[in-house]
Ligand binder design. Sequence first.
Ligand code: MG
Length: 340
Amino acid sequence: MILTYKPEVIFFKRPFKIAHGVRSSTDIVLTQLEYDGTIGFGEASMPPYLSETHKTVLDFLSKAAKLLSEFKNPFDIETIIKAIDELAPDNTAAKASVDIALHDLIGKLKNKSCWQLFNCEKERTPFTTYTLGIDEPEIIKQKLIEANSFKTLKVKLNGENDKLIISTIRSITNIPIAVDVNQGWKDKHQALEMINWLHDKNVLFVEQPLPKENIDDSNWLYERSSLPLFADESVQRFVDIDKIKDCFHGINIKLMKCTGLHEASKMISSARQLNLKILIGCMTETSCAVSAAAQLSPLADQADLDAPLLIKNNFFDGIEFINGKITLSELPGIGVIQKG
Ligand code: MG
């Protein structure tokens, strides 16, 4: 198999503010894995907090390309993914780009969609949330108009103007809200006070209220919270699930954190056994990586896969949202077509 790759940058339609600051673009790397004339597409997206860069991804992929050239065919996924994972301890986004391309390739060679390969029921896809970054009330009101075809919002909070943001939304609509704090509440008492305030405001759950290091505080909050708590930054890979199972009611699984579809599907099974709810999410990604994640979305309770709607230079056509519902196609693999 031949792995090729190139760095790219994707741009937000408008500057996007979350707890870590304001961003207008994200580095990505697009991969292609070729076998016998068929090409699978993959993508690595590098949010700053995972500390991967164009350079670290390209360095990893040069090692991965050498390794993959030694495999005669792509079908032994378990062995290939294990060998890729053992190339380096971290590089989860780079690994995900290989995993996604491998699954796309196998789907195309078998003429099956990945949702079929994972035994998913296509109709069981959840609705995606539509994300609102941290903004002034006037901008939030404008974004609510753009979001009016979606059934659920994801609202970013950071401990500064949280009540103003929620009150602004509630002055206009009672649409269900998922709150994502991105570790932005620094104190467990402040977090509990905010959760109690949010409780009667049609909030579905609160994602990553406290910094990921604060395991004891997260457990304290979990025992008192009147709203479900979901781990995002606190759970990256399969091995992390056990560590946080007494701190959260659910987990946010993202391909860029967990190295791809292969490990994500194992995390879903493990989380189900532990009675944890499952949210399937994404970083700032094109329709390539998001369409890959969407293949597993019938197995999730919630989805946050709106990244292609928030960027202006998408290199792929893929996942569609019909009135907010994730809509999978019959296309083989991850279901994407590269734009001209
Ligand atoms: Mg999050």
